[in-house]
Ligand binder design. Structure first.
Ligand code: GUN
Length: 311
């Protein structure tokens, strides 16, 4: 069997296109475009790429997107002060503080910063009020990557109701909200993580397998039930030739791609899974573009005031 590839790039482009007239209508009505403020602290190379992708996609869809940069030496107080300013801004409907924050800020920095964002502007869906609403299946701003996965599955007409969905990974950003969204769509949900016994055997019972662990090529053929839908949330950059050869073999075309570029972005799912799965999301070009499309949708939602403080 060769898996059907779920083309996130095309689906995300269609979603962005469908948002455009809605953004125009808001802009006419409000006399200004929906606004997104992105906070970027330090110079993390991956974050730079993600943030410029978000800004470009937002601007193309007609949003006002500005990036507020702080140096790597910034303190938590500096970030909190900036968030406060964006909370009060009439121009910014959404606020996103790009993760990770510099290690020097301390382990609780991300939490303190997220807690400071006005929940009505929480387009990442990470604020505890957003999370609580999600748990109770109330209207809210939902984290972009897991909502992008649901959107991708819906577009591909993958049945979620009644399916056994196995989510590998229990992060606040992807694993937990992913499991909740699957549950709200009436899947039977299992969450696996680093302490799960017989993880491979559990994964192999999944009708829908979501890999969100951040370990390159972790999901191999033996973890996948024939015909299952496999969603690869991983974005891992390999910089060692040995790692590429060990994971994909000497004959893999990925080795040539690595030689050309000096690094290689791979998912959490081994490419040979395509021979077993019924459907598979590629990396790149699967979940990544969907995440950005959902961010734009959340910003429009926030601008329209669809999520109020006391719903
Ligand atoms: N870093 C990696 N993914 C994300 C995301 O979805 N939101 C934010 N704020 N930072 C990230």
């Amino acid at each position: 069997m060769t898996a059907r590839m779920l083309d996130g790039t095309a689906i995300a482009a269609a979603i962005r296109e469908s948002l455009r007239p809605e953004v125009e209508a808001f802009t006419r009505r409000a006399g200004r475009p929906p606004g997104l403020g992105i906070v970027l602290v330090g110079h993390n190379p991956a974050s730079e790429i993600y943030v410029s992708g978000k800004q470009k996609a937002g601007t193309e869809a007609g949003l006002w997107v500005d990036v507020h940069r702080l140096p790597p030496t910034a303190s938590v107080q500096d970030v909190l002060a900036l968030v406060e300013r964006l909370n009060r801004s009439d121009r910014h409907d959404g606020i996103l503080v790009q993760d990770p924050l510099p290690d020097a800020m301390g382990s609780d920095a991300a939490r303190r910063v997220v807690d400071a964002i006005d929940p009505r502007k929480d387009v990442d869906g990470f604020h505890p009020i957003s999370v609580g609403r999600l748990v109770q299946n109330r209207p809210t701003l939902v984290p972009c990557t897991p909502s992008g996965v649901i959107e991708l599955l819906d577009h591909a007409k993958v049945a979620i109701s009644g399916a056994h969905a196995v989510v590998i990974g229990r992060s606040d950003i992807v694993g937990k909200p992913m499991a909740l969204l699957m549950l709200h769509r009436h899947a039977t949900v299992t969450i696996c993580h680093s302490r799960t016994r017989n993880l491979g055997a559990v994964a192999a019972t999944a009708d829908i397998l979501v890999a969100a662990i951040g370990r390159p090529a972790f999901v191999t053929q033996d973890l996948v039930k024939p015909g299952a839908t496999v969603v690869d949330v991983g974005i891992n950059r390999l910089t060692s030739r040995d790692d590429v050869e060990r994971l994909f073999g000497r004959a893999s075309p990925r080795l040539a791609a690595f030689e050309r570029r000096g690094s290689l972005v791979v998912g959490d799912v081994h490419p040979a899974v395509a021979e077993v799965a019924g459907a598979l999301t590629p990396v790149p070009g699967g979940v990544g573009p969907m995440t950005i499309a959902m961010l734009l949708r959340n910003t429009l939602k926030a601008a329209r005031g669809e999520v109020t403080s006391n719903e």
